[in-house]
Design a binder for this molecule. Sequence first.
Ligand SMILES: [Zn+2]
Length: 323
Amino acid sequence: MNVKIYSNQNTLNTLSYMLESNRLAHSFLIYGDAGLGKKTIAKYYAMSLICEKSQSTPCQQCVTCKNVSKNNHPDVIWVEHSGKLQGFSAETVRNICADAIITPNNAEKKIYIFADADNITIQAQNALLKLIEEPPSFTYFIFTAKSKDVFLPTIISRIISLGVSECTEAECRLALEERGFLNDDITDAINCFHGNIGLCISYIQDEKLQETVKLTKSITDAIINRNEYELIVAFADLESDRNIAKTALMLLDKQFHDALIARFTDRFIGCYPSGSKKLSQKITSSSCEELHSLVRNAIILIDSNVNLKLILSTLCGEIINAT
Ligand SMILES: [Zn+2]
C-alpha cells in the first residue's frame, strides 16, 4: 500500500524543494501531537531520499520505495527503543555512531529514524551531537517527537524542524474510508478527534480510548449539572490507570478550551463538542481559564510521578470550588 500523507503540504514541499535545489539537510525533526502521522512522514522522507526513480517525490513503485514502505530496507534504520521510558540506550547510540560512518548497503544514502524520541536523554543527544554536526556525506537522521522542547539547543540549531498539523475533517473521513472502517464509526471518531487520523483510528479500534472519552464526557456533564457526586465517581474511575488518567485530563483540558471559544466559533478541538457548548453557558470565561490551569498542573504532577489518587482527589475538589 502506498504511503499517503494528508494535509501538511508545506512539510512535504520543504523536502522536495531541498532535493530539487541540491540543498538537502542531513537532519530533520518532525514534531506535533500524537496521531498526526509523524512516522508516516518520516517514512515518506526516507523514501524521497533514496527512491531509485525520482529526484524529489518518491515514485512508490521502485523496489527501494516498496521496501522502505514495508520497513524492510537495510539502509533505513528505525532506531530501537529501550527501557521503561522507551528512550534510546547508550549502547544503541554508540552502535549508531560506529555504524553511521560505514557506507550504505544498497542505496546511496543511509537514514536513521529516531521515532517517538520524546524520551531521548541528554546523554544520548550529546553522544549524537558530533555525528549530527559533521555527518558522513551519505548519512541522514530523522527524529519524530511531540515537541521540540526535549531537544538540546545545540541539536535544534543543527536540524531542520518541521511541524505537522491536523488535516481537515473531510480528508480524515476519506483516510478512514480508505481503511475500510464503517461509516457510523467514522462519524463518531471524527466527532471526537476531528482531523487527527491516528487518534480517530485508535478511537475506533481501542476500547480503552473509548472508555477514556466516555469518562471525559461524564466529568464534563457533572460540571455542567453541578453534580458533585457524579464528578467524584468519574474521578474515582480514573484512579486505576495513570495513562488513562493523563489522557482523560488532556481531553478535559480541550473541553475547557472549547467552552472558552464557544461564544465565537464552533471550530472545536475537544472530544465532546455539544458538552463544550453547554459548558460555555454554565461557567464564566475566567472559570474556564482557572480550570485549564488546574488541569495542566495536575498533568504535570502525573508526569512527575506524584501519587495519582492524591492528584485526582485534589483536582476534583478544586474543580468543585472553581465552578
Ligand atoms: Zn521509488
